[in-house]
Ligand binder design. Structure first.
Ligand code: HEM
Ligand SMILES: *[C@@H]1O[C@H](CO)[C@@H](O)[C@H](O)[C@H]1NC(C)=O
Ligand SMILES: *[C@@H]1O[C@H](CO)[C@@H](O)[C@H](O)[C@H]1NC(C)=O
Ligand SMILES: *[C@@H]1O[C@H](CO)[C@@H](O)[C@H](O)[C@H]1NC(C)=O
Ligand SMILES: *[C@@H]1O[C@H](CO)[C@@H](O)[C@H](O)[C@H]1NC(C)=O
Ligand SMILES: *[C@@H]1O[C@H](CO)[C@@H](O)[C@H](O)[C@H]1NC(C)=O
Length: 213
């Protein structure tokens, strides 16, 4: 990618933070798979972050995560605790006509490290076309995490408004095929709320099955 394209992409992503606050959480159902998520859209990019969870009353639980981003976002991430530091982070990007997701953790404001306590399985509907990339993944180990030498934070599946953080970058990742790759800092970041209670579904297992076939 040439410098001019990066500059233009930085501008496109930066303007998003200034002019477009996160839209409220909505219910979104994919027309091909019929999988339904709670979905929030941020920035003028814009980028959508979507979650579906089983019909549980407490953590731990598995999470279906979908991110849809324009290709100007060379990576996009979501932090499940609502800030960059000391919580489960999922980062994703396009790779050819598919996409890759990487489990990360940051204990300082530097490149997040690989995080082994969460594991993602990339599912159907992880495609890249002319304009956008989409990742659809199952996460095991995202709904709670241990930090600061022992305290455990849990996500509340009954909450109509959990706070999540997001970030995106116009800078290409080192090796898009490698989920351990180097990557560069975001040009924008922010927080948004998501109605996790409405992300609950009795169909979770069948969603996972549909997306795995
Ligand atoms: C190479 C990767 C990354 C680097 C070098 C990096 C670096 C930084 C730095 C230096 C800050 C503080 C300055 C500022 O406010 O702009 C910051 C803040 C922030 N970053 Fe990152 N970051 C990276 C990846 C991520 C990822 C993957 C997320 C995922 C959501 C994220 C989310 C945030 C958020 C929400 C803030 C605001 C303050 C906070 O929540 O701690 N960052 N980052
Ligand atoms: C995606 O790319 C691979 C490798 O280049 C190719 O074999 C496959 O047919 C492509 N799939 C689609 C849906 O374009
Ligand atoms: C990378 O992918 C492998 C294979 O799916 C997985 O075992 C590993 O935990 C992943 N690592 C990261 C950092 O996401
Ligand atoms: C590319 O993918 C995005 C996100 O799913 C979709 O909105 C758009 O219509 C797709 N474009 C084409 C040409 O299929
Ligand atoms: C993050 O966790 C590390 C290691 O437990 C701790 O030293 C640091 O103070 C924590 N940072 C924040 C901002 O909570
Ligand atoms: C979750 O289970 C409860 C108790 O069985 C039921 O009342 C509720 O309708 C279910 N919610 C969803 C979204 O399926």
């Amino acid at each position: 990618m040439g410098l001019l394209r990066i500059v233009v992409a930085v501008m496109a992503l930066t303007r998003a933070t200034l002019s477009a606050p996160a839209k409220p959480s909505v219910k979104y159902c994919d027309s091909e798979s019929n999988v339904c998520y709670a979905s929030s859209t941020v920035g003028i990019g814009p980028i959508s972050y979507r979650l579906a969870i089983p019909n549980v009353t407490a953590s731990p639980f598995d999470i279906l995560l979908q991110i849809v981003a324009p290709k100007t976002a060379q990576w996009a991430g979501v932090a499940f605790g609502g800030h960059m530091i000391n919580n489960t982070i999922a980062m994703a990007w396009a790779n050819g006509n598919t996409s890759v997701i990487s489990s990360r953790w940051a204990s300082v404001h530097e490149i997040p490290e690989p995080y082994e306590a969460a594991e993602y399985t990339v599912l159907k509907g992880s495609v890249t076309n002319e304009t956008h990339w989409t990742v659809t993944a199952l996460c095991k180990g995202c709904s709670s995490w241990v930090h600061d030498g022992g305290s455990r934070t849990v996500m509340d599946p009954n909450s109509p408004s959990i706070n999540l953080a997001w970030a995106a970058s116009p800078y290409p990742v080192g090796d898009p095929a490698d989920n351990y790759t180097m990557l560069s800092i975001h040009s924008e970041h922010g927080t948004f709320s998501l109605d996790l209670a409405s992300a609950k579904t009795d169909n979770f297992d069948s969603y996972v099955k549909t997306l795995s076939e």
